[in-house]
Design a protein around this ligand. Structure first.
Ligand code: SPD
Length: 273
């Protein structure tokens, strides 16, 4: 018998994925955590019925959320990743030779443990001695830091459930405080087609806090229909300050051409902002 997983995109759109098997399924104190193997996109982390990452195209999202801010910073040493318990973002951060410390703040221990076991291509990096894993609330963790991080990356799930506070202005104010004087941050900020109001709100909040701010996109087939957005806020460095991509890093999506055109936006997204 064929097994199909259905993801609800909007009230009127559902997308179906053929499943080979379910590898892990557990209700944590925060959410339902599943690891499934899709027929086309391979193993995937699913939280509360929403696909977070798949082996097939995770590199696009994780490279873009990590390398865009890290190349803009002139010497990133201390990085915090909020959410991202699958480890994909941390894996990309560790590719930068200047990195000394990565604090991964993932509220749900179940996410980290299940990914270590079933998605080792992503979570294997969490054994690196430069990485500290904190299973605590990202909002509170950030609130307690001051002038400490070079780069903060907010790799959250959608703005429902445990991640909701990570899309609000008070959180970005704390992110500003937690960064050093030349620090910058990037957050995943959802689909410009289906979450336009959220993007507008997030962008205007960030604009009131950070002197430099940009939105950029990437096409991540796993997420929704159409492009996905990321919003970057910076205290000092501008996009023009970015160090040139080092080809020895041998990334799969990010390259010199993508770096050059990262912040080019289609007209409908410019108008959204
Ligand atoms: N609609 C799902 C969006 C999820 C974005 N973050 C995923 C975390 C992957 N590291």
């Amino acid at each position: 018998m064929e097994l199909w997983f259905t993801e609800r995109e909007t009230d009127n759109i559902k997308v179906q994925w053929k499943v080979n098997k379910t590898l892990y399924s557990k209700k944590s104190p925060f959410q339902q955590v599943d690891i499934v193997e899709f027929t086309e996109f391979g193993r995937a982390l699913v939280l509360d019925g929403i696909i977070q990452t798949t082996i097939f195209d995770e590199f696009i999202y994780h490279e873009m959320i990590a390398h865009v801010p890290l190349y803009i910073h002139q010497k990133p040493e201390r990085v915090m990743v909020v959410g991202g318990g699958d480890g994909g973002t941390v894996r990309e951060v560790l590719k930068h030779p200047t990195i000394k410390q990565v604090d991964l703040v993932e509220i749900d221990k179940e996410v980290v443990e299940s990914c270590k076991k079933y998605l080792p291509e992503l979570a294997g990096c969490l054994a690196d001695p430069r990485v500290n894993v904190y299973n605590v609330d990202g909002f509170k963790f950030v609130e307690e830091k001051e002038g400490y991080y070079d780069v903060i990356i907010i790799d959250s799930s959608d703005p429902i459930g445990p991640a909701i506070g990570l899309f609000a202005k008070p959180f970005y104010q704390n992110v500003y405080k937690a960064l050093k004087g030349d620090g910058l941050f990037t957050a995943q900020t959802e689909s410009p087609l289906f979450n336009s109001q959220l993007i507008r709100d997030v962008y205007s909040g960030i604009k009131e806090i950070f002197p430099i701010y940009y939105l950029y996109t990437a096409q991540v087939p796993t997420y929704s229909i159409g492009p996905w957005t990321f919003t970057l806020g910076s205290k000092k460095y501008k996009k023009e300050d970015a160090r040139l991509y080092d080809e020895n890093m041998k990334l799969r999506y990010f390259n010199k051409e993508i770096q050059r055109s990262t912040f080019d936006l289609p007209q409908y997204i410019k108008e959204l902002l």
